[in-house]
Design a protein. Structure first.
Length: 216
């Protein structure tokens, strides 16, 4: 197992790349997330680790649930669980079709690494079920009391969105005040997410870690 000595993410280089290389063992993942760094494979490159100049976050005080989604929430036939089937959630996220992307960044190496990370208690999932069938979900990482969302999938309309709202409610109940979503998406922007500077994000991460929240 090769341990990476991550440089200070405040001085990340081109496109927010902090370093290149290494592997996705739990020790590297833990060190990375605790410093605000996340892996994002690029085809044809060694493994790349990022801390972007702008970071997308959702502060729960700014959460906006559209009326249409609120109506769906009241009548949706879904039930939700936490950490019941992490492996299936990440596999389904890897298989999900994303028109704006070619292929998937959730490689077999990523799947193996995060499943092991989950077994050690750092990566977590929320599942949406309909009559015993997994129909949506979201997974991410506890970066020391601050949660970093990684990916979502759905096979029923709004299943992933409602799984995300279930996650947010769970985090709120445990004292969390915001969610790291890394890169802005139209859906997250509609929920109230915003972009902040890397320096501000790293300060917020450090302050949250000092609170010692137990999220799961």
């Amino acid at each position: 197992m090769t341990l990476i000595r991550f440089p200070d993410p405040r001085y990340a280089g081109y496109e927010g790349i902090v370093t290149i290389g290494g592997d996705l063992n739990p020790a590297n993942l833990l060190r990375a997330y605790r410093q605000g760094i996340f892996p994002w494979p690029i085809e044809g490159w060694p493994l790349t680790w990022f801390c972007p100049e702008e970071r997308a976050i959702l502060e729960f005080k700014d959460l906006h649930v559209p009326r249409s989604l609120a109506r769906v929430s009241r009548r949706a036939p879904f039930t939700f669980t936490i950490n019941r089937d992490f492996n299936s959630v990440i596999l389904r996220c890897a298989e999900a079709a994303r028109p704006e992307e070619e292929g998937t960044w959730i490689t077999p190496q990523m799947i193996r690494g995060y499943c092991e990370f989950h077994q050690m208690g750092y990566a977590h999932s929320v599942e949406a079920w309909e009559e015993g069938e997994l129909v949506g979900g979201v997974y991410g990482v506890d970066a020391g009391g601050a949660f970093a969302g990684e990916s979502m999938f759905y096979s029923r309309p709004s299943a992933s969105k409602l799984a995300l709202l279930h996650l947010i409610e769970h985090l709120r109940e445990r004292g969390a005040e915001w969610l790291d979503i890394q890169v802005m998406t139209p859906h997250m922007k509609a929920l109230g997410a915003k972009l902040i500077s890397r320096d501000l994000f790293l300060r917020m991460l450090a302050q949250t870690q000092e609170r010692g929240l137990n999220l799961f």
